[in-house]
Design a protein around this ligand. Structure first.
Ligand SMILES: [Zn+2]
Length: 660
């Protein structure tokens, strides 16, 4: 069957490109081309639901949320490595090893990933369980979350698969993925992550796997706990076996002979540190031979045959001159540290986000403090810690304002939430954020609407919501400071052009909390128009791909607010046309005639009809030879009998839902 072959081919290609990107850091295709392959696979699987398998890359969207994590006892304790911080300590480590194994002992050195240690279990080649390190003996079962990682194979490759493989590694986030994700979160009005490590740890410990699936997590494996029926002489052989089994292994490693070899590896890695696509905090030095490891054994919780040689921290000292809050589009108040300008990681930094109130309290950063600063993911300035020894006593503690510094409205913080928000109904800062967001390239794409201009439009009362942009004229704009005739006209034209947009851009432009570009796209594809989205229940929202209960609640609350509904309708009234996504060609209902009979439990007949029509199908009232499918609900009567006589394919509600 052609579809089955193509599906198989696509899965192989996608797995190959995941490997190129997440494991080898050598992508061969653009994100857009990757998305195309994925979309083709999704359409084919939708058309052929029988061919969907649990290990398909399309299934890595995360399953049902958990109540809590269950505990997992590791078969073998997950040891932690001892640390050495300088050459003298490294030499001591080596001398202890050399005493038993000789000065020419072979080591294997690997980058020390700055992530979260995990253990994976494969039974007969199939991924069955994954857990966090925990205290080394007992960790948490995060299987459902790990299944969403794109470069984690659900099946091992090879002819003879081991009955049991217990393999250890590290989950982490690439620098570029981290920066991109934080930008998207900022655009969606969500709190940003402090650094890739925290983000990886937090993402892996989400109770809702759908949220984990949205985070760009990678994994590298580097050690075997238990492996039935296979024995290795050395570490390199072990890593090669893991690679051959299709498991992601960091291609960067150094085989080093004796102390000199380790020193060279350390210098090489240190020199490449910033060029690496992920954050590392040192070099792991391991004795290569299994026999050597056995002879050395372990002390308490650390092996004697390995050590982490830590890099010196890449941090600079600077002064926090002021801590101020910024009010965003969703009213979120973000504390920001204004710093004495300092050169770090190749650029001059003069401000750093402090993320939220709890983060400020946790680090106890005060105005007037000297702090260590670094660049998380080599990009985002992060206040690492306060240098308490330099305190004079004149430092000022930060307090989240009780009133919005821009509009004076009350500031509230939801119970259990991290974010304090301005509750003002007409807060100029929120409005400015909302307009800037709506104008961004991936939303309504209005060129020339800079921050200063937005401020002025609001200050002069010309714009009270996004829809007001469409009433602006060149004359009105020219009354503003420093805006010439030409720029005013250009802007009016750019605003007019933005009226013809797509549904996904339109939804994204609304600035619904937690709705980023990907969710906006999924909502557009599901609802195909603005009105059904406005009226969607939480259950209906949760039926959308990638939308979990939390996001469904946010969307529902957003549209329950009359102010937001009015803002949407005002956009439509202003002439903004949001084109629905093109119907997926070749879907199971495209060009087909369908008859519906009986009672459906999950949707009304009208809803079913709408769903079919959106997918390019036609719904007819009577059965004939030309009918392609009969959808038969409960208590289907004569139509079902007739369909059977005519040999028309009958779908029960479950089959119908699956095809949708
Ligand atoms: Zn405000």
């Amino acid at each position: 069957m052609a579809a089955a072959d193509r599906i198989q081919k696509l899965r192989e290609e996608i797995a190959y490109h995941n490997h190129r990107y997440y494991t080898l850091d050598a992508p061969e295709i653009s994100d857009a081309t990757y998305d195309k392959l994925m979309n083709e696979l999704i359409s084919l699987e939708q058309a052929n639901p029988a061919l969907v398998t649990p290990d398909s890359p399309t299934q890595r969207v995360g399953g049902a949320p958990l109540e809590k994590f269950t505990k997992v006892t590791h078969r073998q304790a997950m040891l932690s490595l001892g640390n050495v911080f300088d050459d003298a300590e490294l030499t001591e480590f080596h001398e202890r090893v050399a005493e038993k194994l000789g000065a020419d002992v072979e080591y294997v050195c690997e980058p020390k990933m700055d992530g979260l240690a995990i253990e994976l279990i494969y039974e007969n080649g199939r991924f069955v369980q994954g857990s966090t390190r925990g205290d080394g003996t007992i960790g948490e079962d995060v299987t459902a979350n790990l299944r969403t990682l794109r470069n984690l194979p659900l099946e091992l490759k090879g002819k003879t698969l081991p009955k049991l493989l217990e393999v250890r590694g590290e989950v982490f986030i690439r620098k570029a993925d981290f920066v991109k994700m934080n930008q998207q979160r900022e655009a969606a009005g969500e709190p940003t992550f402090v650094n890739p490590r925290n983000c990886a740890a937090g993402s892996l410990r989400q109770l809702d796997p759908k949220l984990t699936a949205q985070r760009p997590l990678s994994v590298y494996l580097y050690e075997v706990g238990v492996l039935d029926g296979v024995e290795f002489e050395g570490h390199v052989e072990k890593l090669k076996w893991l690679e051959a089994a299709g498991l992601p292994v960091n291609p960067r490693r150094y085989e080093a002979k004796g102390l000199e070899g380790v020193r060279e590896a350390y210098q090489k890695l240190l020199a490449d540190r910033h060029a690496l696509p992920y954050e590392i905090d040192g070099l792991v030095v391991k004795v290569a031979s299994e026999d050597g490891r056995l002879r050395l054994g372990q002390v308490s919780k650390s092996p004697r045959w390995a050590v982490a040689y830590k890099f010196p921290p890449e941090e600079v000292e600077t002064l926090v001159e002021k801590i101020d809050v910024q009010v965003g589009r969703t009213g979120a108040l973000t504390p920001v540290a204004f710093l004495k300008p300092v050169f770090v990681g190749g650029v001059t930094v003069s401000r750093a986000t402090l993320h939220n109130e709890d983060e400020v309290a946790r680090k106890d950063v005060r105005e007037g403090d000297w702090v260590f600063l670094r660049r998380a993911g080599d990009v985002i300035p992060e206040v690492v810690k306060v240098i308490e020894a330099r305190r004079s006593g004149a430092e000022k503690k930060f307090e989240m304002p009780k009133q919005c510094p821009v509009c004076g409205a009350k500031v509230e913080r939801a119970e259990g939430g991290a974010i304090a928000r301005c509750t003002g109904d007409a807060c100029p800062a929120q409005l400015a954020g909302g307009i800037r967001h709506a104008a961004t390239r991936t939303a309504l794409d209005i060129d020339g609407l800079g921050d200063k201009l937005v401020e002025q439009l609001i200050l002069h009362g010309l714009v009270k919501r996004v829809a007001d942009l469409y009433a602006l004229t060149a004359e009105k704009l020219m009354e503003l400071e420093r805006l010439g005739e030409k720029s005013a006209q250009n802007l009016v034209e750019a605003i007019a052009r933005s009226k013809q947009t797509t549904l996904r851009r339109f939804i994204y432009a609304l600035g619904i909390p937690q709705v980023g570009e990907a969710t906006a796209k999924a909502l557009a594809e599901h609802f195909m128009a603005v009105e059904p989205l406005l009226g969607a229940s939480r259950e209906q929202l949760q039926a959308v791909k990638d939308v979990g209960p939390e996001v469904a609640r946010e969307i529902h609350e957003f549209f329950a607010d009359a102010k937001n509904r009015d803002a949407v309708l005002a956009l439509v009234a202003a002439g903004v046309v949001a084109a629905p996504p093109e119907k997926t060609a070749g879907g199971p209902f495209t060009g087909k005639t369908i008859v519906i009979t009986g009672t459906l439990s999950k949707m009304s007949r009208d809803e079913a009809k709408e769903q079919i029509e959106r997918r390019g199908g036609k719904v007819s009232g009577s059965i004939s030879k030309k009918t392609d499918f009969l959808v038969a609900g409960e208590d289907a009567g004569s139509k079902l009998t007739k369909a059977k006589e005519l040999g028309v394919k009958v779908l029960d509600e479950a089959q119908f839902s699956a095809l949708l």
